[in-house]
Design a protein around this ligand. Structure first.
Ligand code: NAP
Length: 469
């Protein structure tokens, strides 16, 4: 035990749920294991929380209350938040290895999957991930514009992100004003001409990835009615057999809600949200921008792994839409000088320990979506983080860590200072949080978010000037 690094210096790259949960478990277990640790939680933006701030829908405020638990983790004196530090730009991968005994990548899945069909990149066709970042005031996406003058929009995919995108398109300005949606998005959506939203699944209702509360919400909108034609929820024989044999509550509840929706009389609301199943996009049509989408009708056949997969029947249809949101899943992006599995969009790892060419790399770990792919809810990251952090503690106790030349926090801070990096610490974030809430309270909203990094830094300077010198 005497030869253990003291303190054991750990960098967690990314401050979303998986980063925070990893920190939480390390802080708890280190003391029990006789390890003195220091965690630097390094984040590209001045603001923490990853997809809890930039991904969770603005009308799902309750889900965002998980940040209270993150605040408690951040209050531990062994953890320090380094916001506004961009790994790969401000500091290199090698510099991380030179300053820490252990490095954990908790960077999430920063890209999106492609449909690989003709017309996919026509103006008017967007990855849902960009729209989500835009309405959530993420600085990377705040300057995008979306063709909201179209009257019909298609949302491709049957996951919860597709549900979020469809619902945000369907809500009225009054409904959206109760949320912390970006102020510019509130204005743009208030001028939206979209009256018909088509959510398109390539498989049937039984195979949809969305969950029941998100589905139910579609039926509770002020000015949009959900339209599910009875034929859409009629199950093929294989799906019916799966349903009869299934103990999965989500599947059964989804089917019950969809069947009830299909029986609902028309309400005559000014907007409509149509749920279409068993249709795959095969091309986007349009001269200068999207004018329509061609859909191939599918039937399901049993594949060797037991799942039901879509196959084209040969029948197609053309749906006139001026907007397409591709919501078919996030995808991890490579980090500089770090192993990457292109096919799966993850850092190759064994239980969170990064591997390259069949060898485990000493001191390097992954957690969350960059470790396992973009699946699960926020809480799924907790057991995932426990797995990675358990390996980290075991490896540290076995002396299997990096051997950094500069293992002190002071040296890391000096490196950042030499690059003129303006670090935002947790107190800085808490100031931004207070300013956002105060701005929101003044107009009856939960918060008004900063969406530009320069504005965040300027606000922090101006608050610092108010302090007594
Ligand atoms: P997802 O749940 O993996 O759903 C992706 C959807 O895209 C599936 O319906 C999939 O169909 C479809 N798809 C994939 N490739 C396609 C293609 N080439 N053509 C047509 N459809 C295609 O992904 P997500 O919606 O991005 O969500 C990511 C994760 O975040 C999920 O775990 C989700 O539950 C979670 N999330 C949760 C919430 C919440 O709790 N409220 C909100 C947002 C996100 P197949 O099934 O046929 O592959």
């Amino acid at each position: 035990m005497t030869n253990l690094p003291n303190p054991l210096r750990i960098a967690i790259i990314g401050s979303g749920p998986s980063g925070f949960y990893t920190a939480e478990y390390l802080l708890k277990q280190a003391a029990k294991s006789g390890l003195t640790i220091e965690i630097d939680l390094i984040e590209r933006l001045p603001t923490p929380f990853g997809l809890v701030r930039g991904g969770v829908a603005p009308d799902h405020q309750k889900i965002k209350s998980v940040t209270k638990a993150f605040d408690r983790i951040a209050a531990d004196p062994r953890l320090r938040f380094f916001g506004h530090v961009d790994v790969g730009h401000d500091i290199s991968h090698q510099e991380l290895l030179d300053h820490y005994h252990q490095v954990v990548y908790a960077v999430g899945a920063q890209s999106d999957r492609h449909m690989n069909i003709p017309g996919e990149d026509l103006p008017g066709s967007y990855p849902a991930t960009e729209f989500v970042g835009w309405y959530n005031a993420h600085p990377d996406f705040r300057d995008l514009t979306f063709g909201l003058s179209a009257t019909a929009a298609a949302v491709i995919g049957n996951g919860n992100v597709a549900m979020d995108v469809a619902r945000i398109l369907a809500k009225t300005p009054d409904e959206l004003a109760k949320t912390d949606i970006a102020d510019y998005a509130l204005v743009a959506l208030a001028h939206s001409q979209v009256t018909d939203i088509y959510v398109i699944g390539r498989r049937g209702p039984l195979q949809a990835a969305f969950t029941t509360p998100e589905l139910k919400e579609l039926g509770e909108l002020d000015c949009t009615e959900v339209i599910v034609r009875p034929g859409e929820v009629a199950l093929d024989a294989e799906s019916a057999a799966d349903l009869a044999a299934s103990a999965d509550k989500v599947t059964r509840d989804n089917m019950a809600v969809l069947e009830a929706m299909s029986q609902r009389p028309a309400q005559g609301k000014p907007r409509r949200l149509h749920l279409l199943f068993l249709r795959s996009p095969v091309r986007l049509l349009g001269k200068d921008r999207v004018e329509a989408i061609e859909l191939a009708h599918n039937r399901l056949t049993r594949s060797s792994d037991g799942s039901l997969r879509p196959h084209a029947t040969g029948e197609t249809e053309i749906l006139p839409v001026g907007l397409v949101f591709r919501s078919i899943g996030y995808k991890g992006a490579p980090l500089p000088d770090t192993p990457f599995d292109e096919a799966h969009g993850v850092i190759p790892n064994e239980g969170g320990h990064v591997e390259s060419g069949g060898e485990l790399l000493p001191g390097e770990y992954a957690v969350g979506w960059i470790k396992r792919g973009p699946s699960g809810v926020i809480g799924t990251n907790r057991p995932d983080a426990v797995e990675t952090a358990t390996h980290m503690i075991q490896d540290a106790l076995a002396g299997d860590t990096l051997q950094p030349a500069h293992p002190s926090r002071a040296e890391f801070e000096a490196l950042l200072a030499s690059r003129n990096v303006e670090v935002v610490d947790y107190a800085g974030w808490q100031t931004l949080d207070r300013l956002e809430r105060e701005a929101g309270a003044a107009v009856g909203r939960p918060r008004i978010k900063f969406s530009r990094v320069e504005d965040m830094l300027a606000a922090l300077h101006s608050e610092a000037e108010k302090l007594p010198s």
